[in-house]
Design a protein around this ligand. Sequence first.
Ligand code: DWN
Length: 397
Amino acid sequence: MKKIFLNLLKQPITNSYLTKINNRVIKKEFFYNLSVVYNTDNHLVSLSKPVNPKMQFTDKYAHRASQSLTMLKSFKKISKTLKKRFKPKKALEIGSNDGVFLKNFKKKEIIAVEPCLNLARITKRKGYLTYPEFWTKKLSKKILKKHKGLDLIYSANTICHIPNLKEVFDAISISLNDNGVFVFEDPYIGSVLKMNSYDQFYDEHVHLFSLLSISKLVKKSKLRIFDVDLLNTHGGSIRFYVCKNNSKFNISKRVLNLKTKEIKQGLNKFRTYLKFAKRVKKSKDDLLKLLKKIKLKGKKIISYGASYKSATIFNYCNIGTEFIDYAIDTTKNKQGKFTPGKHIPIKPPNGGIKDNVDYAFLGAWNFVNEIKKKEKFFLKRGGKFICHVPKVKLIGF
Ligand code: DWN
């Protein structure tokens, strides 16, 4: 049974950065009600009504995974580890974005799958065989006919975007060789509860995974989890290692340990999520209180990063240009546009935070260390970051 525990109110599609603002555009902007459910049968946390993926993963997809040094390093490290551990002859990536993971592989070793046409064009241009499609059973059969079975399928920050997980895992089952592995990582619900990072819920994050939920779901496609890692990336992620039921891999101790930890954290109890929802409400009240206090002093606030996550915060807390003058973002195709829903202008950083800015809200709080290094001067001159996780606070020098 699915039980609602969180209502994040009316939200826009996070990828819908607006090119201009006028009455006609504002009238046409699409909103839906973002509420979140816990499934008592399989422990999966999901949006109650996912948006149609065709409205989200268009030929104008804005996010570029290679925009942060942290992620560049992380993808380099995991590709090295996977090559060493599994020695794949043929690999495939689901959701290859701008090729930040692919580039660590030789062109003939890896196949890319990416439904956003503008992104698929980037990896195609670089010479990688790219299927500009959604990951489905139909596509997996098409690929199998051409390339035989796969030794490794990898996916980062994509599987949690797909409403029909049975279809995803069935397609994996079709594609993998007998001892092939499927490794995927996504934001971890255990970290979201700990960090109070409710901004991990938005239209694209249809699910937030736990080991308890994924263990149950893969079983239905004759797959099993044999290893798991908890990661620091994106404010706390989980990486699953999945194989076919009859394959050679033994289950690592980490799997059993994490299951025990998740039960202790209450990830299998509805009341845990209800308590989280109360903390979310307090976070909203605290953030608004702080922003109002700062504005009363006549100070200037910007947002650091026009992230998809920050759209949830701005729309849920009703934060617009009365608080945040503008957002800065390194992603070229977000610059000159306006954030979805609250219409905050997005500018290029142009060498960092400007001298007349007093506070910067961390829209990209998951890269706080990278940003602090870049913005040493801002901090030294007394500038402060506003961060909403794990509690609303100021970060100074
Ligand atoms: O799953 C998803 C994640 C991985 O990426 C997607 N559904 C969409 C996107 O979500 P996001 O926008 O919340 O992700 P990021 O990577 O946390 O976004 C950070 C934003 O901040 C990017 O637009 C880049 C920008 N940035 C910046 O301007 N200066 C980031 C850094 C580190 C910087 O120094």
